[in-house]
Design a protein around this ligand. Structure first.
Ligand SMILES: Nc1ncnc2c1ncn2[C@@H]1O[C@H](COP(=O)(O)OP(=O)(O)OP(=O)(O)O)[C@@H](O)[C@H]1O
Length: 326
């Protein structure tokens, strides 16, 4: 399947404007009975971004995605998808949006290919004559061509997940929304999904992907929004969010106790480990830290400056959960 950006086809999306934000929410809130699933979420998804929606279990990722796609109505607040208010503008926006949201309704007794043909027939932007090729291209793209004739019910969880992704990719999209797309996939399947996301990004398609796999988000996304208990606690470009964290200097040494005493004396914040210390570079530069340690007689084996990993950022942002769990 071609991964040409839709605007380049000159057909798809011609009636939609090209807003700077592929999706935006404003004051988004969803309440189920006594549960506030999502609260005051102002999400901005820039055109062309790969935005990772990150958060612990129950933080509101799926509910946010369902509201983005018009699958459920917000209690209060608003959603714009490709510049169109949702859910009222669903018929205009959704043909340009591919989505993989939990539990795609495939028929268990039909093959993967037959299921996709049914999905393809319902695509308003796909001419009837193009269905066979679109289906075969999508199957190929998600690595399911070899199992195209097998019944859906005989598919593994990972294969079912891939078929859902194939359905999202039947026609070129302006926006692709994936809810936990690597669920149930083995490492090679996960790599393939990463490849598909990279292709979409290279073609200019905006991607929103939810995940609880931090390393995955760090490796594949340009932007991140972190949800915690229904609210967005951080949002922005991944590189900026990482830079916003405290840089650290990891010092390897056998003289851990001497290093600890020296840092304490100099009031330099740190955490100790069995094979060294992790120094927060809030007041002192890496050179100053190493100089103080060496002058005190600490045998420094290695000193490495590190950015705050997304994992650490995530742990800090959701530290209420960490405390509860400890
Ligand atoms: N249809 C519903 N009825 C009642 N409560 C719901 C419903 N959908 C979600 N919730 C509740 O809303 C909160 C947010 O759920 P949501 O599924 O959006 O979180 P999530 O971040 O996607 O979680 P996970 O990573 O476990 O999938 C949870 O407390 C959940 O139990």
């Amino acid at each position: 399947m071609s991964t040409e950006p839709l605007a380049a086809t000159g057909v798809v999306g011609a009636e939609l404007s090209a807003p700077a934000l592929a999706a935006r929410t404003s004051g988004l809130r969803k309440v189920y009975g006594r549960t506030v699933a999502v609260d005051s979420v102002d999400l901005e998804v820039p055109q062309g971004a790969v935005l990772g929606l990150l958060g612990p279990n129950g933080s509101g990722k799926t509910t946010t995605i369902r509201m983005l796609l018009g699958l459920t109505r917000p209690t209060t607040g608003s959603v714009e998808l490709l510049g169109v208010p949702m859910p009222d503008g669903a018929d205009r926006a959704l043909p340009h949006v591919g989505a993989l949201v939990e539990g795609p309704g495939f028929h268990p007794f039909l093959s993967g290919r037959e299921n996709l043909r049914r999905c393809a027939a319902a695509e308003p932007l796909l001419p009837t004559g193009g269905i066979s090729k679109a289906v075969d291209d999508a199957l190929e793209r998600v690595g399911l061509a070899h199992a195209a004739t097998r019944r859906f019910k005989a598919y593994s969880l990972g294969m079912k997940q891939r078929l859902g992704l194939a359905a999202a990719l039947l026609v070129p999209r302006r926006l692709v929304v994936l809810d936990e797309p690597t669920n149930g996939l083995d490492p090679s399947g996960t790599r393939e999904i990463r490849g598909v996301m990279a292709d979409l990004h290279a073609a200019g398609t905006t991607v929103v992907v939810s995940s609880h796999l931090l390393a995955e988000v760090e490796a594949t996304c340009t932007h991140v929004a972190v949800l915690h208990q229904g609210t967005a606690v951080a949002q922005g470009e991944l590189s900026e969010l990482l830079e916003a964290g405290t840089p650290t200097l990891t010092v390897s040494t056998e003289d851990v106790q001497l290093a600890v005493d020296t840092l304490r004396e100099n009031r330099i914040p740190f955490r100790s480990a069995v094979d060294g210390v992790r120094v927060e570079l809030t007041g002192a530069s890496p050179q100053q830290v190493v100089e103080k340690l060496v002058l005190a007689g600490v045998g420094v084996r290695e000193a490495r400056r590190e950015r705050t990993g997304l994992e650490e950022l995530f742990a800090r942002l959701t530290e209420a959960d960490v405390r509860e769990g400890s």
